[in-house]
Unconditional design. Structure first.
Length: 308
């Protein structure tokens, strides 16, 4: 990580590499059942892990660049316009003849996720050269965040050119977490949930978070954050192993809460806070997101989650 700096200093810039999606989010007014339609409110907006993280970072006052791919379609134009309004600098490759990535989520009245589907062919077939050429344009003092929506070839190529001690990754899902195996010795920080950690390590489902984090550090990761739903968040680095209980929340929508946790944590690190303090900032960002609709809460700001 960049060296600690006084709290009043400007934050280091952050480059986010990964998914750029057009999200369609349904909030049902009754439990969702199979084989029938369910009345719901529908909302459409930009999404994808890297996109959500970048948008939250911009709201938290961090200079942020988003590097990803889209189709050459109306969804891409809407995403680019929203990013520019948010203050995110977009470096997006528009791929003619491809559709921008799409994510469809169905939420029950309690905010829980009933089902979700994704089409990210535009990213999984993307050329690595674009990401590497753009990465080399990033400032020398930038933190790099990658999500495991990226194909293995692009993840490996980015790890080869990333600044030393500046690479952070999110495992995204059980299916995609194994894509990070070759990156582990290059990661300064890895964020994932318990199911993703067991998939990444090929461990049994009941393996305690403490054992998972210990194994990940033994494979070269600098620091690990493991979430377990409503259970305390587990953090381990070479100097400490801590558990942080999540603050109580009145859940409106779980979409983007994990991404907000990442963004809040990165915003703290970019300002020179230690990881344990940064995680508490990240938890406050996640809380704001859980209590709002959509992946990026309108109430999010640096002063809201860390008043100076």
């Amino acid at each position: 990580m960049p060296p600690a700096r006084p709290q009043a200093s400007p934050p280091h810039p952050i480059a986010c590499f990964g998914a750029v999606h057009w999200d369609i989010i349904a909030h049902a007014d009754r439990p969702i059942l199979r084989d029938t339609s369910t009345p719901a409110d529908l909302d459409q907006k930009p999404g994808g892990v890297a996109t959500n993280v970048a948008r939250v970072l911009a709201r938290l006052g961090v200079p942020t660049t988003l590097i990803g791919v889209t189709g050459a379609d109306p969804a891409a134009a809407s995403i680019r316009a929203q990013l520019e309004r948010d203050g995110v600098e977009p470096h997006l490759l528009e791929r003619s003849g491809q559709a921008t990535g799409q994510y469809l989520a169905l939420h029950n009245p309690d905010g829980g996720l009933a089902a979700a589907c994704i089409n990210d062919k535009v990213l999984t077939s993307a050329p690595a050269d674009f990401f590497i050429e753009t990465a080399r344009q990033m400032p020398d003092d930038a933190l790099w965040f990658v999500d495991a929506n990226l194909p293995v070839a692009i993840l490996d190529a980015l790890a080869e050119v990333a600044p030393k001690a500046a690479l952070v990754a999110d495992a995204v899902s059980v299916a995609k977490a194994p894509r990070l195996r070759s990156l582990l010795p290059k990661l300064e920080l890895l964020l994932l949930n318990r199911a993703e950690a067991t998939a990444l390590l090929d461990a049994s489902a009941d393996t305690p978070a403490e054992n998972l984090s210990e194994e990940l550090l033994s494979r070269g990761v600098g620091a690990v954050v493991i979430t377990s739903g409503h259970e305390p968040l587990h953090m381990r680095n070479s100097g400490q192993s801590l558990d942080h209980a999540p603050p109580p929340a009145s859940i409106v929508d779980v979409t983007g809460a994990g991404d907000a946790l990442i963004a809040g944590t990165l915003a703290g690190l970019a300002r020179g806070f230690e990881l344990d303090v940064s995680l508490q900032i990240g938890q406050k960002a996640a809380l704001e997101t859980l209590q709002a609709s959509g992946a990026v809460a309108d109430t999010l700001s640096w002063s809201a989650i860390h008043p100076d």
